[in-house]
Design a protein around this ligand. Sequence first.
Ligand code: NAD
Length: 259
Amino acid sequence: MRLENRIALVTGAGRGIGRAIAEHYGREGAKVAVADLTLESARDTVQAIEASGGTAIPLAMDVTNEQAVDDGVAAIVEHWGGLDIALANAGVQHIDPVHKLAFADWSKVMSVHLDGAFLVTRAALQHMYASGGGIMLYMGSVHSLEASPLKAPYVAAKHGMLGLCRAVAKEGAEHGVRSNIICPGFVRTPLVDKQIPEQAKELGISEDEVISKVMLKNTVDGKFTTLEDVSELAVHLAAFPSAALTGQSIVVSHGWHMQ
Ligand code: NAD
């Protein structure tokens, strides 16, 4: 097992990519703190991890709430005695052209991704620095590296997370902290399924065309990235043995956006 007895926090882990990573971390021997907006959604993932023989606890943590994040991270440290891996994964999407975008929708997307990533980072680093090191991971996107229409707040927030990841790699090095950002292409989760009809309406094309002509157009083989693809990369980055790999954005996307 590649993460035996490592203590990991995954935010937004009640479903989708975060859940797949939390379950994969559990199978690799990590103790996993499963955080999501509600305890109920976090508990589902915890049950799945325990059913596979793993160890996990649920946490209700709105990542935009400073107190909830600080308390949640403190609870992990109290429960298991430390924190080795923290993945800022929680995210939301909003589809609108910039000229029609409500400030509230802009703020919501920026806040979940960027404020959330900052708050999780600050709370985690305080424990990681005190214990001699750790792994910070961020769930970026190909949209950390390039833009698409109708997604301005998401693109801006994901670019911002790349900047935070790089800043943490520089500041964290002397404390034994490494920091990398995972940049997936499209993965079929509720976040993506919701935007297919929204984009079809906004662009005046069919849902099949949104998939083939928008989402997968620039892949090398017309395929979606899978939950397993992303979780395998998240395990690899958490288990990587040295600081040779820090401050990097790793794209997992069937070739969409080659760096
Ligand atoms: P999803 O909608 O299936 O899951 C997102 C999870 O985040 C949900 O469980 C939700 O409850 C949680 N969440 C939302 N707001 C929160 C908050 N304020 N505090 C705590 N939790 C919150 O989406 P997903 O596709 O699994 O996305 C997960 C991450 O992966 C996001 O950061 C997303 O931007 C990123 N991503 C997704 C794709 C994709 O194609 N699905 C591609 C690239 C990056």
